[in-house]
Ligand binder design. Structure first.
Ligand code: ADP
Length: 632
């Protein structure tokens, strides 16, 4: 926030107006009802004041009852008419306002989905998003408030003009009244209240900014705790490890800190509101004194007392509202700028998209595709260590490659680079001899069906999960489920392909880890891309299901390029080539027998697994019987 902190009023105004443009573009339908509502809100008290004065004047002057009745009918009718219009526009505006509220959030979600993947693995984008949401939730800052703030300026002006239109005669000098001390005192109170508001609001703003920065840790912790407690998976741990006390303690710590920071601000806010209220009452008292004295002296009629006193009180409110809204624009500016920057409407443009989209078309599917890692090294942004070192590797359509290695040896990172989720720090990745960066990003990613270890399904119907879309070919979805070994389970679901997964809604079903993995595999098959990548695809499957998947995958991926990452070396034996990774390096490359004969890293890993299973005869028996050709 520091970079935004010192914004001049004019910069803030410009930013707020730019934000208003975005708001208008996203949902202009809300604007007429919103403006209408503020207009009727402003008009309402003045209509009531004006007609009350006419009725009183008519009564005081002893006018005929028809004349009094005429004012009563017109007065009540107009006041009620304006009230109805105000309520109607308020209703429409609230409904439209909800749509706008979500539209503005949706813009942020759009950025989250479009941003470079590397941004999502880093902290910045999440922190920025969280801060925008926090500013809005805690202090009503940000684009959500822009229509209101801008309209408050107009409303303040309208109140001032209307109040002056009703009260102007009281500012005319009255003969024999001497020094208008009452008027001066009233003006002094109005000015004093405005100046006080300016000073105190500035202090409150600083305190809010400190709160936003100071409470970021607590706010994150609270969000985490709320999410964690709501997780079905965590519910077991919370109970079995009796974590309730620990969670409560963290909650309480967060609350204490929030109270510590917010308490001071809220006390000041309370004191300021009290003092401002007293000043407003003071203005009312002086208005009564001035107008009352003149009415008694016969300068005004009785009805005018109501009109003038009401109008002067409104004038004082209007001035305060106008000053407050102008000041609010200055406060909203930095927060609107954060939002604009986030959604890519700031000066820097798309802040979280660095990947250059190439203009070359990716070779059509029928053509043979060869992907080469040419001396690729890589370190994650913000880190020093190369997690991939000088990798030279070829992945071809029609060839099955297994990647094995210890945890942390760089296998998943290699896949991220292959899919262009990251760019190499050094070296190049080539598709048919051309750097992959030169190809259309979207087309390039269509080349891969990947099942990552940490895949996520959605709490949506099964069919949409498999097809990654709302419209799909049912036959093909069933076919993919069958190939992934999930058909029997899916046929048993009450709603078949329309069955929502997970118990988010009332009709959702629980999905076990193994079933989820099969659905993820079915999704990869449905995409039918020329390269299939499975990163530990069977970790949650039982040995029989795993054996079935592997035996089928051989034929399912026939003619495609396939990359398998697995801890179980026996699962990789059927691959044409095995790449052994060790601490970020490609230590060995070759077929199973060839690598065993070399007695290098692969043989070492193989031996270690064989010994493990030898020592655990039951597990070994399971593995041997489950995985074809395991032979350990
Ligand atoms: P493997 O798949 O072989 O288990 P990874 O490719 O996941 O290994 O990780 C290789 C190394 O990169 C590890 O040291 C890991 O801690 C590190 N690493 C993985 N992801 C990130 C990340 N987003 N930022 C920084 N380091 C990472």
């Amino acid at each position: 926030m520091k970079e935004y902190a010192e914004m001049s009023f004019w910069q803030s105004l410009r930013t707020v107006l730019l934000t208003a443009k975005v708001v208008f573009r996203l949902d202009w339908k809300n604007i007429p009802a919103f403006v209408g509502n503020r207009f009727f809100q402003t008009l309402q008290p003045f209509v009531a004041l004006f007609f009350s004065a006419r009725i009183l004047d008519a009564l005081a002057s002893g006018a005929a009852w028809e004349s009094v009745l005429k004012w009563v009918v017109i007065g009540v009718g107009s006041t009620y008419g304006v009230y109805l219009l105000e309520r109607m526009t308020a209703c429409i505006s609230s409904v439209e306002g909800i749509a706008l509220y979500w539209q503005l959030y949706q813009e942020m979600s759009r950025v989250m989905m479009k941003a470079d993947y590397r941004e999502l693995e880093g902290p910045a984008i999440r922190q920025d998003k969280e801060r925008i949401e926090r500013s809005s939730n805690m202090y009503w800052y940000g684009p959500w408030e822009v229509p209101g703030v801008l309209m408050s300026v107009v409303q303040g002006l309208a109140v001032i003009i209307s109040a002056l239109a009703l009260a102007w005669p009281i500012f005319l000098p009255v003969k024999g009244e001497g020094f208008p001390w009452g008027m001066a005192a009233m003006a002094g109170l109005i000015v004093g209240s405005v100046v006080y508001s300016l000073v105190v609001e500035k202090r409150l703003y600083r305190m809010k900014e400190d709160g936003l920065d100071g409470l970021s840790k607590e706010s994150r912790m609270q969000n985490f705790l709320i999410g964690y407690i709501g997780e079905q998976q965590a519910a077991k741990d919370v109970r079995l490890y009796a974590m309730q006390g620990m969670i409560r303690k963290y909650y309480e710590r967060c609350n204490e800190r929030i109270l510590e920071i917010e308490g001071g601000r809220l006390m000041l806010q309370g004191r300021a509101d009290g003092l401002r209220g007293a000043m407003a009452q003071g203005v009312g008292v002086f208005a009564y004194l001035i107008v009352g004295a003149r009415a008694l002296a016969g300068v005004f009629g009785v009805g005018s007392v109501v009109q003038y006193v009401g109008a002067i009180t409104k004038l004082s409110d209007g001035i305060r509202e106008l000053v407050y809204s102008v000041q609010h624009i200055k406060m909203q500016g930095p927060h609107c700028q954060e939002y604009l920057d986030f959604i890519g409407e700031g000066k820097e443009g798309d802040k979280y998209i660095h990947e250059q989209d190439g203009d070359r078309d990716v070779p059509t599917e029928g053509q043979d595709a060869v992907i080469e890692f040419d001396h690729v090294s890589f370190c994650y942004p913000g880190t020093e260590e190369m997690v991939l070192k000088d990798i030279c590797l070829t992945i071809k359509k029609g060839v099955h490659l297994a990647i094995v290695g210890m945890n942390g040896s760089g296998k998943t990172t290699l896949i991220k680079l292959l899919c262009r989720l990251y760019r190499p720090t050094m070296g190049r990745i080539l598709l048919n001899g051309t750097d992959i960066g030169e190809y259309s990003y979207e087309q390039y990613q269509q080349l891969f069906s990947v099942v990552f270890q940490d895949f996520q399904l959605m709490a949506l119907p099964l069919g949409e999960n498999v097809a990654s879309g709302s419209s799909y070919e049912e036959e093909r979805v069933w076919d993919c489920l069958e190939k992934a070994g999930a058909e029997e389970w899916a046929r048993g679901l009450p709603k078949g392909l329309l069955q929502p997964l997970y118990r988010v809604g009332a009709d959702g079903v629980n999905v076990s880890g193994g079933e989820a993995q099969k659905i993820a595999i079915a999704r990869a098959l449905y995409k039918d891309a020329p390269f299939v990548v499975l990163d530990e695809p069977t970790a949650a499957l039982d040995p029989l299901a795993e054996a079935e998947i592997y035996s089928r995958f051989q034929e399912l991926t026939l003619g495609k390029g396939a990359v398998y990452i697995s801890h179980r070396l026996s699962s990789c034996r059927f691959c044409d080539t095995i790449a052994v990774f060790d601490e970020g390096r490609l230590a060995e490359l070759g077929g199973h027998e060839e690598l065993l004969a070399r007695t290098g890293k692969y043989a070492e890993l193989w031996e270690a697994q064989a010994q493990y299973y030898a020592g655990n005869s039951e597990s070994r028996a399971a593995q041997v019987s489950a995985v074809p050709h395991a032979g350990i």
